[in-house]
Ligand binder design. Structure first.
Ligand code: NAD
Length: 480
């Protein structure tokens, strides 16, 4: 059985207290590896290694750090097939998706921040002819990065790349549900010439090793992506310690379809926005608002498009929907379908677990599910389900749809579908959301600010925002 060990000081280590966690392939239901069940003792080792590595790493020129991070990016690219297979086996997603989205994005994340640090500048302010101010930006020291299970290497690298590029050393933790690709990344970093201790990866449960990272007094900042409840727990610990915090949390994203669109084309994209990665993307549009004039035609077109997401073996070519990440999550998703029925909803398609044959007979598959007849204020439309379940809600006017779209505690992402430029602008301006896509979805330019409002998070990642988060500015004022 493969042991997924910690990567500390440039080497792999068993956990200090010797505990291991079973790692299950969600497509087969089988345990296929063991994960280090790390504790505060492992975090201590990781912090010590990171502190020792910090002076030399932060003193390197941006050009040299960039060269090493580019080598990591190339290393990920060289292992694309292995990493994509590992991601699919760990998470349940279609192999084709891991190959075309997850791993390419990890390659891009490393390359993007490796090159961004070559092109940034700091500010200068001339107060009058005798006084000049300039601003320096220094790395923080040792920082903590904690990532979730839905896009494992994609989101792990989205955090560690800017942290390392800015000159910090890192203690990072992937989700205990999807530890494999972060584990494999350790060797890629060593091969790329990353000095020992610059990146340390500790594996294990959030409440144990994740909490130990957040609590550690020498870790200066926490960059976290995950659930809103976990974000609140982390904030409670970190805030009184005056740590910098970046929290990317849950969503309940609206998709707004106006009646001036081409129904078939938009239905295809709306299905993709709802069901890609089994609906397990924080940006998935799970509340679909459709203007009444096209409601019936759109509903029928959407049901047809959803058929393309019939679950299958994630490793099979052509599979567009794989397994949910684990059994507990599958039951949570199914419980929301039951709740929707109790709340008066009609299931238009899907609605149950799917049992495949052969290798995947014991996998955690749920049919893509579309529900109508539940109003915008019921629990199914207020709480994050994070699975292949979407609801359809008719609307008449802009004010009405905006009240419903904004009427949840979340505000991460939204998509708006219309051929009217005016309507697109008006709607985008009034949406309470960190990201608004118009006539597109998951269209990401890595330079743009990424994050949510309300309970979807605090702070922004991406581009210069990420480098700002991972550095401390200093104003130097000179009188001549
Ligand atoms: P989660 O909050 O359960 O776990 C996220 C990470 O935090 C994991 O590594 C986990 O081990 C760790 N963790 C758990 N408890 C902890 C604690 N007390 N202290 C420190 N770390 C702890 O989330 P999840 O179930 O892995 O991911 C799904 C959630 O993530 C969804 O809500 C989804 O919307 C959200 N998400 C948000 C974004 C975004 O960019 N806003 C992106 C992806 C996922």
């Amino acid at each position: 059985m493969l042991h997924i060990r910690n990567y500390i000081g440039g080497q792999y280590h068993d956990p200090v207290e010797g505990g291991w966690i079973d790692n299950v392939n969600p497509a087969t239901g089988e345990v296929y590896s063991s994960i280090a069940r790390s504790t505060a003792a492992d975090v201590e080792l990781a912090v010590t290694a990171a502190r020792e590595a910090f002076p030399a790493w932060s003193a390197l020129t941006a050009k040299r750090r960039s060269e090493i991070l580019m080598a990591i990016s190339r290393g990920i690219a060289a292992h694309l097939d292995d990493l994509a297979l590992a991601e699919s086996n760990d998470q349940g997603k279609p192999l084709s998706l891991a190959k075309s989205v997850d791993i390419p994005r990890a390659i891009d994340n490393m390359a993007f921040f490796a090159t961004e640090i070559l092109h940034t500048h700091t500010e200068a302010y001339q107060t009058d002819q005798h006084v000049m101010n300039y601003v320096t930006r220094s790395p923080l020291g040792v920082v903590g990065c904690i990532s979730p299970w839905n896009l494992p290497l994609y989101l792990f690298t989205w955090k560690i790349a800017p942290a390392l590029a800015a000159g910090n050393t890192v203690v990072a933790k992937p989700s205990e549900l999807t530890p494999m690709t972060a584990f494999l990344l350790g060797q890629i970093c060593t091969d790329a010439g990353l000095p020992p201790g610059v990146l340390n990866i500790v594996q294990g449960y959030g409440a144990e090793v994740g909490a130990a990272i957040v609590e550690h007094p020498m870790i200066k900042a926490i960059s976290f992506t995950g659930g809103t409840a976990t974000g609140a727990t982390i904030a409670r610990t970190a805030a009184p310690m005056f740590k910098k915090l970046s929290l990317e949390l849950g969503g309940k994203n609206p998709t707004i379809v106006y009646d001036d669109v081409e129904v078939g084309y938009v239905a295809r994209h709306v299905a993709r926005a709802a069901f890609t990665n089994q609906g397990e993307i924080c940006l998935c549009g799970s509340r679909i608002f459709v203007q009444r004039g096209i409601y019936d035609a759109f509903r029928d077109a959407l049901v047809r498009e959803i058929a393309a997401f019939t679950p299958g073996d994630p490793l099979a070519e052509g599979t567009r929907m794989g397994a949910l990440v684990n059994e507990a999550h599958m039951h949570k998703v199914l419980s929301y379908i039951t709740l929707a029925r109790e709340e008066g909803g009609t299931v238009l398609c899907g609605g149950s677990r799917v049992h495949l044959e052969g290798r995947c007979a014991n996998g955690f598959f749920v049919a893509p599910t579309l529900i109508e007849g539940v109003d915008a204020w019921c629990r199914v439309n207020q709480e994050e389900i994070f699975g292949p379940v979407a609801t359809l809600i008719p609307f008449d006017g802009e004010d009405e749809v905006l009240a419903m779209a904004n009427g949840t505690p979340y505000g991460l992402a939204a998509s708006v579908w219309t051929n009217s430029l005016q309507r697109a602008h008006r709607t985008a301006n009034r949406l309470e959301s960190g990201i608004v896509w118009v006539n597109t979805w998951l269209n990401r330019d890595l330079r743009t600010p990424f994050g949510g409002v309300k309970q979807s998070g605090v702070g922004r990642e991406g581009g210069i925002e990420a480098l700002r988060f991972f550095t401390e500015p200093k104003n130097i004022c000179i009188q001549v």
